[in-house]
Design a protein around this ligand. Structure first.
Ligand code: PDD
Length: 291
């Protein structure tokens, strides 16, 4: 089946899909995006992703490129036309095309692009061994709650992780506290079995996986704290993991080359992964208590 992209009202072959060189996304990273997981043809937490898209756009004073209903219809068409059952839908909205000038253009139409991608299940090895992360200074701007396409510090950090043989980089604020991963939220389980993740302020992106997982955690009666943690605390933690639409819940077993806990994926982490998968599949999860 040929890959199809959606570009400003048209469904076009992916290889031929293009935007104008004066699109402000290209010139200024003046746009936002969403990555929505697709499971068995269903967009997981679609409403939450659209809420976040609307919020990101509002914060940047970019209009919605189409109504919410129209975006949902385009999403459905994209999945059908691409025969997508499992993977994710990418959508990007920019302020539109205008002669290069920093201030907002008048009369530009916001531009909407969508693509889809098949996702293979996480390799068994990754789940059995967990992933390693490195820590790097957080070089980003002060509004990380906006899902902006301006991802250069994230790309630099991810590449640094890759070159160090790690999978993700945890970015660390000047005060020594971890903010989040380059494309994931960061979590630890303390020695006394408290789940800790940073509160959703301007400092991090409020992950939809994070939101869904916190709901499950609250329902299951697991104790959790939304607060910053340091790299030292993470190294002393019993477990660590990351969450995102593309990783779901993924155990972290080493930080900067040092093992987390016993160096194996944690029990609570794997239970939370199961609970999140149950959520994705629309099932009621098995019990998820702290050990
Ligand atoms: N990244 N933090 C950052 C900086 C992110 O870029 C992402 C998502 C997350 C997790 O958010 P969610 O649970 O909604 O996926 C946290 C996407 C997957 C990406 O850039 O590809």
């Amino acid at each position: 089946m040929p890959r199809i992209a959606y570009v400003n009202g048209r469904y076009v072959p992916h290889a031929k899909a293009a935007v104008h060189i004066e699109d402000r996304g290209y010139q200024f990273a003046d746009g936002v995006y969403e990555v929505v997981p697709v499971h068995k043809g269903i967009l997981v937490d679609e409403e939450l992703h659209l809420d976040r898209l609307e919020r990101s756009l509002r914060e940047l004073r970019i209009a919605m490129p189409a109504s919410r209903e129209a975006i949902k219809l385009i999403s459905q068409k994209m999945m059908r036309r691409n025969g997508l059952t499992n993977g994710f839908l990418y959508m990007q909205v920019t302020r539109g095309v205008a002669p290069r000038d920093h201030k907002f253009p008048t009369g530009a139409q916001p531009a909407l692009v969508m693509t889809v991608r098949q996702m293979r299940p996480a390799p068994r090895e990754k789940l059995e061994k967990g992933i390693s992360v490195i820590t790097v200074p957080d070089l980003r701007w002060a509004r990380r709650d906006i899902k902006s396409v301006s991802l250069l510090p994230n790309c630099l950090a991810k590449q640094q992780a890759h070159e160090a043989g790690a999978v993700e980089a945890w970015m660390v604020a000047p005060d020594g506290h971890v903010t989040e991963g380059t494309s994931t939220n960061a979590w630890i389980v303390t020695q006394d079995n408290k789940l800790v993740t940073r509160a959703a302020t301007y400092d991090i992106l409020n992950g939809i996986t994070r939101i869904a997982l916190l709901q499950r955690v609250a329902e299951a009666g697991v104790t959790f704290e939304e607060r910053p943690f340091t790299v030292e605390e993470a190294l002393k933690a019993r477990e660590a993991f990351i969450t995102s639409s593309t990783n779901y819940v993924m155990p972290v077993t080493s930080i900067d080359g040092k093992p987390v806990g016993n160096g194996h994926p944690g029990l609570l982490t794997m239970r939370l992964r199961e609970a999140y998968i149950a959520h994705v599949e629309g099932r009621v999860p098995a019990e998820t208590h702290a050990a």
